[in-house]
Design a protein around this ligand. Sequence first.
Ligand SMILES: C[S@@+](CC[C@H](N)C(=O)[O-])C[C@H]1O[C@@H](n2cnc3c(N)ncnc32)[C@H](O)[C@@H]1O
Length: 342
Amino acid sequence: MSKSGALDLAFGVGGRMDKKEVKSAVEQYENYHGYFGGDEETRKANYNDMVNKYYDLVTSFYEYGWGESFHFAPRWKGESLKESIKRHEHFIALQLGLKRGMKVLDVVCGIGGPLREIARFSFASITGLCNSEYQITRGKELNQQAGLSESCNMVEGDFMKMPFPDNTFDAIYAIEATCHAPDVLGCYKEIYRALKPGQCFAAYEWCLTDHFDPTNESHQKTRALIELGDGLPDIRTTNECLEAVRLAGFEVVWAKDFALDSPVPWYLPLDPRRLSMTSFRLTAVGRVITKSIVKTLEFVRLAPAGTGRVSSVLDKAAEGLVEGGRKEIFTPNYFFLARKPL
Ligand SMILES: C[S@@+](CC[C@H](N)C(=O)[O-])C[C@H]1O[C@@H](n2cnc3c(N)ncnc32)[C@H](O)[C@@H]1O
């Protein structure tokens, strides 16, 4: 059953952690980040703790506002947000030539929105990897409800040391997930190891674009907001990302930033200047309403102490992402298709 009500949101905050720990967890999470004086080295050294805290705190907000797929998409005029998200998932399946009988890995699956859609679209057998116990439990529930437990499997694990033998999968994809890696080359090498020779890996990456200027203070502030709001140890440029794909041993088939010519900007759902009835909860007004509901639920103790603060972290995410998109210094839609040589 969909968990998209305000009470589901409130009960889900903190994931599997003791609800009394939510307030201190959000404080610890914030302190990892540059915006609160934290540094990149500490975030990278403690990436599992940092990312797990983040997703335990925010997953129910994501499901409430975004649905089962936790990613952006380029969008055509006249297309709804949901339609664009599905089309983006179908695109990656088509690029990989997924079909019945193929053994595919989703690095990493979250609660499995893309995994279920791609399994329905392609009839492939998909394993989702994820390091969040809470998301895996929720994802398995949703697989079962969708009648997809046979073709969709979920495994708990870290993408820096994946629990799979060498040369296991016929295809691997990653949708807005490997951005959490403390070392993207190490992560791509793991993907390379688990992929069969001659087969392909496709991804949508979060990247800084060529317009990002490291000496520009306002660019650096936007970057820090995105890192804080989205659980990132750092953000690499598109060039660094592609270089890491090659260094891991892949041949790049093609790559493109789909944010560049998207007729509707990917960040529009979060833009405070926009009003939409179909994705109302993501709009500025929708977020203000969610914030007041959350504050009330926290006040009457139906939501754990610290819930309002989690929602402030997500406001920072929205602010940073919209700024990054408008200034064209950041993209969540950097696509590449790469092949492991025979
Ligand atoms: C933005 S979500 C995207 C999930 C999914 N691809 C989707 O589009 O719905 C990023 C996911 O990365 C997972 N994650 C982050 N670091 C990880 C790691 N080191 N190993 C495995 N999973 C990780 C988080 O738990 C979260 O589920």
